[in-house]
Design a protein around this ligand. Structure first.
Ligand code: PRP
Length: 169
């Protein structure tokens, strides 16, 4: 491990701010927070506790990387939420936007289900926008272009449990 990129305290503070911004952004209507597993599992659990309004939580499972350190571009939908999406505000929660391939594909799938709105909340964004038409509406941090692990992010399924974000390179 090379260095800690975002400490536990920095993440907690930023997640609190994101929760407040999301609370203010959705004054009415049903809000469904949809976490992209596995990477978002810690972020979602902290984020929903910082949102002060009624909401529901569900998850999507997609897989794009396998055990490699580079994106394969092969986004597979492994679990589809049973919650009805039509007419609801959908807040899609991602741990990290890298190439944006995953987000682009998932947005396409979700838009077809007639939600009232779809926005993205990402903890980290590497700003390689090649594959996404719009940036996340809610963003935790700009991320360096290094391989990051911790706070849900893995390398070959390891390191997800770290309470901070670190670089492996
Ligand atoms: C990672 C990460 C994002 C995606 C970002 O998921 O959680 O979902 O890659 O990359 P992209 O912007 O280039 O598409 P991964 O497929 O590794 O699965 P995981 O969430 O189970 O770790």
């Amino acid at each position: 491990m090379k260095r800690v990129v975002f400490t536990e305290a920095e993440i907690a503070s930023r997640v609190g701010e994101l929760g407040a911004a999301i609370t203010d952004a959705y004054p009415d209507g049903d809000l469904l927070v949809l976490g992209l597993l596995k990477g978002s599992f810690i972020f979602v659990s902290d984020l929903v506790r910082a949102i002060r309004r009624p909401l529901q939580v569900d998850f999507l499972v997609v897989s794009s990387y396998g055990n490699e350190m580079v994106s394969s571009g092969n986004v597979r939908l492994v679990y589809d939420p049973e919650t009805v999406l039509a007419g609801k505000h959908i807040l899609l929660v991602e741990d990290i936007v890298d190439t944006g391939r995953t987000l682009a594909r998932v947005m396409e799938i979700l838009r077809a289900r007639g939600p009232r709105s779809i926005e993205v909340c990402a903890l980290l964004d590497k700003h390689d926008r090649s594959f996404i038409p719009t940036p996340p509406r809610f963003l935790g941090f700009d991320a360096p272009s290094e391989f990051l692990v911790g706070y849900g992010l893995d390398h070959a399924e390891n390191f997800r449990h770290l309470p901070y974000v670190a670089s492996l390179q």
